[in-house]
Design a binder for this molecule. Sequence first.
Ligand SMILES: [Zn+2]
Length: 336
Amino acid sequence: MSAADLLSRLEAQETAKHTILQALKTGRVHHAYLFAGPDGVGKELAAFGLAQALVCEKRNTERDRFQACGQCSACLRAMPRDENRLAVHPDIVVLECGLYAPETIGRRTPETQDLSIDQVRTLVIAHAAYPPHEGRAKVFIVRRAEELSVSAANALLKTLEEPLARKHFVLLTSRPESLLPTIRSRTMRVRFGPLPDSLVAALLEASGVAPARAREVARLADGSMATAAALANPEQSEAREAFVARAFAAVDAKALDIGLALAENAKKDKGALTTHVAALATAFAARASAAAKAASPNAATLAARGNIALLALDHLAGNGSPQLVVEAMLIRMRAI
Ligand SMILES: [Zn+2]
């Protein structure tokens, strides 16, 4: 196995890895997978790894050679590169909301809300009748599959209902419950779990974060490298600390106006909000444990407030409105 074999780089996802390798080994690769799990745990690496194995020129040329060789031209071209993490191999196609310029997918306006049917038509359906360019396999990787519009999902479903020879789909999602039931039922789900903190810390260190900082960030990251990278970014960590400080002030203040302003602000920076609320939950937990050690009567209240923050994280993951989630969270924290 070489380092250029992408599946060999997949760490801490033994079940998912086993499922994929087993499919390659037995030659029974499903035509549509749903890789489900938190962001930043290796779903996309696994998807590119599977695609790489399917297009590899050396695979299956000998007995027991069922993984990507990592060396041939196809393997090298299967590696995701450039700022959009695309492969130059023509048989590995990525679909993602907003990834392509409108004119390249036959639209007048950019995709802002969802992954449109135009993208599915241009990238998938227009090529459905043709064999893969290089003959071995064609793999479509759909990022954030929960963003497929209903019409795009239905168009994709038609192709999932009539599996095409040597064509495979890998849908990636952190919110499998948000996908149409018909998409869920026609795809084979492969589950990805959160990464252990020790691995997150090691990966952060490998990317140049100081060891002590890496361990601290890993503790807050919920097993997600995406969250960890955002937390390790100094600009974002400043914003996060400001959020935590303002949230504490909002909970303790007599009037609700600080809380309302914080909630109003939350809607502007939805992307960062999850890491901010996660940091708030951790801050409450730390205060609760310090209070418990000091036998302070506040320990239970602080712990309960930490739990309310965790609940808010669930609501955000379930696509709750950021402003309403933050507002409800602060009101509940103030009530106890
Ligand atoms: Zn190869």
